[in-house]
Write a protein that binds this ligand. Structure first.
Ligand SMILES: *Cc1c(COP(=O)(O)O)cnc(C)c1O
Length: 394
């Protein structure tokens, strides 16, 4: 029903929905049903064996959840997609489904805090060796990949210092040694970046962030090569971290405006980054859209927009200055979230790296006084005025 090559705006609105609409409804139904009944036992068997489309039990599949997966799958140009209750649910399902004792993983130091915990705390207990490389040292990452690995796990831009990783270059290095290449695309969204087109095998989203966009539902999704997604789905159905149909509906509803929100957030974040870069009370600004950002050229190559998240440090780089600055912002929730319609701010100690100790954050090169700023869809002039008055006060 979709015409040839619709754009991401059209896909955000229409993709994946039509065959699930019921009774002439124009909106996807929220199917609150734990199980699905069949008087025809042969049909039941066929569905159970996967020979016929359909649903058996809500922990495995659900129609509303399936529409959400379809929409993300189509936006990322993937063969298949499966979801979980949270971003971490799908990240852990992906890693535990695809790795076995004796395997080796190569990744970067700047992955999301929860992902980093899986690498440093949980995978080693299952005798999976994990090597975390300096995120921007591509030669060093390639050298570690060349030693052989089962899985290469990347994220770009990273959280919260928005470092940029050359996905095409590292995906090629990963494939040269037969590794599965996984990319967490949460910060970029499918509107700004499609890792599968850059060579990744799997792309992951914490749908809690930009995809849902309204900070009212948790969810995670992975899409990519069918046989890999099938393995992850199988682990997730057994592990049980399934996405709830109501959350899937909220995420779907949020996704209808994904392209509009992200376009606005790209534009505002770039203006705000430039404003902060020129402000005397600000010491450093991290945003891939700035010419001063070391990953700017790579970002220009692999992204269509630079995203809604930036981070910065005050000239007074004490945590006390952060403590005074944050509550002064009128148009920003001090909270552990990002990618929402409202602007959200916070330091790593209470947001992306809340699971880590100050020493661990320091080892990852994440300053305690860093402020992550996730640009909402408010009028950019108001956000700049708000930042200006708060900066004057500190
Ligand atoms: C938030 C986040 C996650 C984890 O997602 P949850 O939905 O909170 O479990 C993973 N990766 C990135 C980049 C994130 O920002």
């Amino acid at each position: 029903m979709l015409l040839n090559h619709p754009g991401p705006g059209t896909l955000s609105v229409w993709a994946g929905e039509e065959e699930y609409l019921m009774q002439h409804a124009t909106q996807v139904p929220v199917v609150h049903s734990v199980s699905f009944g069949y008087r025809d036992v042969d049909e039941w068997l066929q569905v159970a064996r996967g020979q016929k489309p359909g649903h058996i039990y809500g922990r495995n599949t659900n129609p509303t959840v399936q529409v959400f997966e379809e929409k993300v799958r189509i936006l990322e140009g993937a063969e298949a997609a499966t979801s979980a209750a949270t971003g971490m649910g799908i990240i852990s399902s992906t890693l535990f489904a695809l790795l076995s004792p004796g395997d080796r993983v190569v990744s970067i130091k700047d992955t999301y805090g929860g992902t980093n915990k899986i690498f440093t705390e949980f995978l080693p207990r299952f005798h999976v060796e994990v090597t975390l490389c300096d995120t921007t040292d591509h030669e060093a990452i390639e050298a570690e990949i060349a030693r052989g690995c089962r899985l290469l796990y990347l994220e770009s831009p990273t959280n919260p210092t928005v470092k940029v990783v050359d996905l095409a270059r590292l995906a090629a290095a990963g494939h040269a040694v037969g590794a599965i290449v996984v990319v967490d695309n949460t910060f970029a969204t499918p509107i700004n970046q499609n890792p599968l087109q850059l060579g990744a095998d799997l792309v992951i989203h914490s749908a809690t962030k930009f995809l849902g966009g309204h900070a009212d539902a948790l969810g995670g999704v992975v899409c990519g090569r069918r046989e890999l997604v099938q393995q992850i789905y199988h682990f997730r159905e057994i592990n049980g971290a399934s996405l709830d149909p109501m959350a899937a509906y909220l995420l779907l509803r949020g996704m209808k405006t994904l392209h509009l929100r992200v376009r606005q957030q790209n534009e505002s974040a770039l203006r705000i980054a430039r404003f902060l870069e020129g402000h005397p009370a600000v010491a450093r600004v991290f945003y891939p859209g700035l010419e001063s950002h070391p990953g700017h050229e790579i970002a220009k190559r692999q992204m269509r927009g630079f995203g809604g998240v930036l981070s910065f440090m005050l000239r007074d780089d004490t945590f006390d200055a952060v403590r005074r600055f944050l509550p002064r912002l009128r148009y920003a929730h001090p909270a552990a979230n990002l990618g929402a319609v409202e602007t959200v701010v916070g330091p790593p100690a209470t947001t992306s790296h809340v699971e880590c100790t100050p020493e661990e954050r320091a080892a990852m090169g994440i300053p305690e006084s860093l402020i992550r700023y996730s640009t909402g869809i408010e009028d950019c002039d108001d956000l700049i005025a708000d930042l200006d008055q708060a900066l004057r006060a500190v």
